[in-house]
Ligand binder design. Structure first.
Ligand SMILES: [Zn+2]
Length: 111
């Protein structure tokens, strides 16, 4: 995939990103894993229409998915193994986010 394709894909997915949820089970799990309290300013965020496969190795992403900036520059949706190999290993604004599967949805737990 070229940088341009990746960029366009990312824009398309960004539109579908980040919906606040009020589900108690998801909220509790998010709070537990991230150490953050759910508030109106810090709602639980899920990744809508997440990819089934890692952008890099093309294997299924499994239970943990990262949306992160690679060492090469472009952002990618990737599995845990590719995240370790291809990124700075840090999460946060401008670096990347970690999502974990909860009740069939990818919930942001770090970054
Ligand atoms: Zn991968």
């Amino acid at each position: 995939m070229s940088d341009r394709e990746l960029h366009e894909l990312r824009n398309a997915m960004g539109n579908a990103l980040a919906k606040a949820m009020t589900s108690a089970s998801v909220g509790d799990l998010f709070a537990h894993r991230s150490g953050s309290k759910i508030t109106q300013e810090n709602p639980v965020k899920t990744y809508a229409n997440p990819p089934k496969e890692c952008d890099i190795c093309l294997e299924p992403v499994g239970e943990v998915m990262y949306d992160a900036k690679t060492k090469m520059g472009p952002w990618a949706n990737m599995c845990q193994r590719c995240w370790r190999r291809n990124t700075s290993g840090r999460l946060g604004t401008g670096l990347g986010q970690k999502y974990e599967m909860v009740d069939g949805r990818f919930v942001k737990t770090e970054g």
